[in-house]
Design a protein around this ligand. Structure first.
Ligand code: DGL
Length: 272
């Protein structure tokens, strides 16, 4: 069907997930909402993150979307389970797809999870992994500095390497064999993280895994846009909305999405 897919995040980070969805489902139209006015979510309480998440979803519902992806790991961890049943369209987060893949890929049953403080203290990844296999050992670590580093474009800088080595030593000490990048911003730092963790550790990008889940869910529910069947599929018509000035979003978006984002509209999210 022609209705759009809705994607939301606390800001620009969710574009790493949007990028994967654009690439795997090029014929789909997307409405993206970035809550830049209330970013970041990762250090906030469960109550506030849930309130914001409900408003973000209400905004997307107004656009008559057929499917909603919460690309923010913090919101997916803290808020989603409680509220998904309130909607008559599928609403998915990024935790389950990332956790399922990690469980498939682990070789020695030692999975590391890195994310924001909210994601780590929610224990959502560990819970999901243990529901699939209670014998797996899960080690979680908040790496909040990775978010501003990625956003400021500190991708291959000495400071970033130093911070990554400092943070990730814990993961090396506990000898994880698989590491979940449990935050929208971390795929940008994948090379630095891979360098610190070494070639033996498999990195899981939750965004990539979520895009595959979106494809499967839309296919199974016969919700794919008919244009997706055309070869090559025509480019989708995407719309971007933010809750504060669009300029900074536009600047950073190119790096996160890998393409220029124009036509960004500012909305008052407190109305929802
Ligand atoms: N989008 C958030 C996440 O994936 C990171 C940025 C924030 O803290 O809002 O957890």
């Amino acid at each position: 069907m022609n209705r759009s897919i809705g994607i939301f995040d606390s800001g620009v980070g969710g574009l790493t997930v949007a990028r994967e969805i654009f690439s795997i489902l090029p014929g789909e139209n997307v409405v993206y909402f970035g809550d830049v006015g209330r970013y970041p979510y990762g250090g906030r309480s469960e109550e506030i993150i849930t309130k914001f998440t409900v408003q973000d979803i209400a905004f997307l519902m107004e656009h008559n979307v057929k499917f909603i992806v919460c690309s923010c790991n913090s919101a997916s961890s803290v808020a989603l389970d409680e509220i998904v049943d309130n909607y008559d369209i599928p609403v998915i987060g990024v935790i389950k797809p990332g956790a399922q893949t990690a469980v498939k890929k682990t070789t020695r049953g030692r999975i590391g999870v890195i994310g924001t403080n909210a994601t780590v203290s929610s224990n959502a990844y560990a819970r999901t992994i243990h529901a699939l296999n209670p014998d797996i050992k899960v080690f979680s670590l908040a790496c909040p500095l990775f978010v501003p580093l990625a956003e400021e474009g500190y991708i291959d800088r000495e400071a970033t390497h130093l911070i990554a080595r400092d943070y990730l030593q814990t993961m090396l000490d506990v000898e994880v064999d698989t590491l979940i990048l449990g935050c929208t911003h971390y795929p940008l730092l994948k090379n630095v993280i891979a360098e610190v963790m070494g070639p033996e550790v498999t990195l899981i990008d939750s965004g990539e895994e979520t895009a595959r889940t979106v494809l499967k869910t839309l296919t199974d529910a016969s919700l794919l846009n008919p244009r997706a069947a055309q070869i090559p599929a025509p480019e989708g018509d995407h719309k971007f909305f933010v809750s504060d000035v669009p300029e900074r979003f536009a600047q950073v978006a190119t790096r996160f999405l890998g393409q220029v984002v124009d036509k960004i509209t500012r909305v008052d999210i407190s109305r929802y």
